[in-house]
Design a protein around this ligand. Sequence first.
Ligand SMILES: Nc1ncnc2c1ncn2[C@@H]1O[C@H](COP(=O)(O)OP(=O)(O)OP(=O)(O)O)[C@@H](O)[C@H]1O
Ligand SMILES: [Mg+2]
Length: 327
Amino acid sequence: MLSVDGLTVRAGDVELVHDVSFGIAPGERVGLIGESGSGKSLTALSLMGLLPEGVTATGRARLGEHDLVGVPESRLKRLRGRELSMVFQEPMTALNPLMRIGAQVAEVMTLHGRPRDEARARAVELLDRVRLPEPAQIARSYPHQLSGGQRQRVMLAIALANDPSLLICDEPTTALDVTVQKQMLELIAEVAPALLFITHDLAVVASVCERVIVMYGGRIVESGPLREVFSRPRHRYTQGLLAASKLTPRGTRLPTIAGSVPPAGRFPAGCVFRNRCPHATPQCETAPDLTGDGHAYACWHPAEENPAQEHPAEEHAADPAADRADH
Ligand SMILES: Nc1ncnc2c1ncn2[C@@H]1O[C@H](COP(=O)(O)OP(=O)(O)OP(=O)(O)O)[C@@H](O)[C@H]1O
Ligand SMILES: [Mg+2]
């Protein structure tokens, strides 16, 4: 349904996202993970046609029969909020503080041609669908009268208003407390027609998605079924990410991946991870291709398929969901 092929994002001559390809089937929930600065948001914003000033995307992305990259803004405007919608981290900045909730939900429908009365009625239905208590009363409220969790539900109602075929969420629950976050994640997983879910929280991705894409340095370094990637990571970056997410019994973090993410444009040539990778060899100066059906990875020296042979102690790190209660 969504197919992205060779998506590259640049700011001037600096490449921020390089040759990214993936697909999402109807009903599928795909997680996009990676450290800060890995290119997750820019990938999503390219699909929405919402890249910042001075940043451009090339390559191909199609949603159903619609092209998303390299098409005029007027065409994207018709698709945004209708064929695909996005929920961002901070709902307060996205809502108009001077407009009642119901009117804001209705507006995204009238903008796409739905009659006003019908849109008003459906707005209340949508507020109910995202499990807001007393939806008619919420519709008459202003954003400041709602809690952060309720405002995020309103954003989800707005995103769903025109029955999009794809929902993109970028760190939608980072600002919420843990209990509210859990309910919100369950709701997103339930209502999304198909989902691209961006987060740096591996436990969150494990609770929502069935497939995962790992990005680093603007590239996809590994992708595949979530259980497989999390229990048998092959790329050394994924392996490090999973090990670093593991909390020890005393609640202290294990060492994180050595070094830090370089600024955009400063990644090494060849394998982008090689300057932080304990397994790097001269071969890594040549960029490895992303290979493998289903579970794919771009690494010259992948971890053993059976982790017990190599790092017996790391086997537990493969299930960050088990740590959720500790976060
Ligand atoms: N407008 C811009 N101009 C130049 N560089 C940018 C611009 N926006 C983002 N970048 C750079 O592109 C890289 C990828 O950014 P992106 O926002 O996609 O990262 P991310 O994976 O979403 O990170 P985070 O987890 O912090 O949200 C970063 O190095 C960032 O500094
Ligand atoms: Mg981001």
